[in-house]
Design a protein around this ligand. Sequence first.
Ligand SMILES: Nc1ncnc2c1ncn2[C@@H]1O[C@H](COP(=O)(O)OP(=O)(O)OP(=O)(O)O)[C@@H](O)[C@H]1O
Length: 581
Amino acid sequence: MFNKIFEYAGPYKKGIYAATLIFLVSVLMGVLPFVLAYQIIAPLVTGGSVALAEITVRVIGVLVCLVLQAVLYGWGLDLSHKTAYNTLMRLRIALQKKLENLPLGIIQDKGIGTVKKLFVDDVDSLELLMAHSLPEGIANLMVPLAVYIAMFFIDWKLALLSLASLPISLVAMMMMYSVGMKQMGPYYQAGQKMNNTIIEYINGMEVVKVFNKDGESYERFRKDVTNYRDYTLNWYKACWPWMAIYNSLLPCTIILTLPLGAWFVLRGFSTLPSLILVLCLALSIGIPLLKALGFLPAMPQLNYKISALEQVLEAEPLHQTEDGFGGKDHTICFEGVSFAYGDQTVVHDVSLTAKAGQKTALVGESGSGKSTLAKLLIHYYDPQQGTITVGGQSVSEMSLNALNSQISYVAQDQYLFNTSLLENIRMGRLDATDEEVVEAARKAQCMEYIEELPRGIHSAAGDAGKMLSGGQRQRISLARAILKSAPIVVLDEATAYIDPENEEKVEAAIAELVKGKTLFVIAHKLSAMMNADQICVMAHGSLLAAGKHDELLSSCEEYHKLWNASQNSSEWKVATAKGGN
Ligand SMILES: Nc1ncnc2c1ncn2[C@@H]1O[C@H](COP(=O)(O)OP(=O)(O)OP(=O)(O)O)[C@@H](O)[C@H]1O
């Protein structure tokens, strides 16, 4: 675990060494007063004499030690915190770089809560390790160790007596660590789940209220918060007994030394001055030992958090190169592509070709793998098997930027940034002039409602977002894609859930977007796919058939079924509309 910390610290690791050294001297300054006290007590107890001047010097020595201890401790803390926060900064930058190279789909699948926990909470928790546990812990352990060695030189029998509490404490410590680590998995996952649920709860508040799902949503929230409490308490419950044992036993360095040591002195096995010195030293290391132990309970948690960070930092990055796009045209080819989310394979050995300049439609029942194929094409994930090429060049043999420059992906949920609508549309092509942005907005049928907004196209998407319908927001994202004007357009259910009034306009915007482009489209509405150059029928992650509408109607039973179902549903829509429902 410490090796990894030093790796993260990079050039700042010198700060950890320096802070540890300073803490070490500071702890030593806490031990010296006991030695000085011994030098005053021993002659008095053994019948000797001490001059007042000697006592004064030692008392001043004690005061100097205490002042130095405080000053050095402050200095050490200053240094260790600078090191810690610089390391956290490095770690967050490394995480961000790593996330940038991870498949986007994998990041989305983790959930915002988990990613936020990783970036904020898990990284923050390393502060304890870097600023305290490591430098302070080491110093507070090293000094007692040195003191024990000194005790052995003074009187090995008495030294052994003061070590008596150590073996049981060590066993208790190991037990605490081991049971703590076992409980850590569920505890950590409960924390991740709670984070995700809280974010989902806040994001989904509007829907929850509209659909009167307060109770249900609160119930889930309550369950995850309660679970987290239970797992945390379980963890503590498993660790508490062991913590209690070593916390009480370890600092009891004089528990045997005092009675047995006195007996040793009476029997002549040890001398009184040695006993006094060993007792003073044993008392001096009580506080450092307790401090060092104070850091132990957090170790299993820290270890777990570091592993979670490691998992992300060591996760396999998206396969891509620095190369630009060099495909001969924009023909898309899936060759023997299989893909699994975790253990669940959802795409099985799919091979299909979407010819450049043509419209290829993917149809199939819900869950048949259509969106996953689209996400593989835009390289959200790497397939486990097979290759996807554009114009003969594999998507993993170009940079994500190069691929993105060739593809406009429009899905149902389009994110609007909290900036003006103008800038939101300009995301499509950053060097576009204001006029070009307005032209794209016009082509996407946005201007009629944008002009009615108080600040027109300069309205902030955050404020405007509340005033825009789903279809209007969708048209903003289509304007973005029109402005981008990439040669390939991937539409994933782009018109789903749009009200009839908006549907016509969205379809007009799409028609503008796809003019002369290679189109890869997923839609449930089969009637809109009839004119496609090729329709690919998916079922349970496999490609069943591919062809034109008429061919498939006669040759593919699954397509026939889908077609009938879509006809029935449009008849049902007409009937309900007529019925006024
Ligand atoms: N992020 C994910 N993690 C795990 N499983 C997923 C994920 N996304 C989709 N799946 C699963 O993969 C399978 C294929 O889903 P996909 O969304 O590709 O199907 P689809 O045909 O597009 O469905 P729909 O028409 O309902 O959008 C489904 O069983 C789905 O539950």
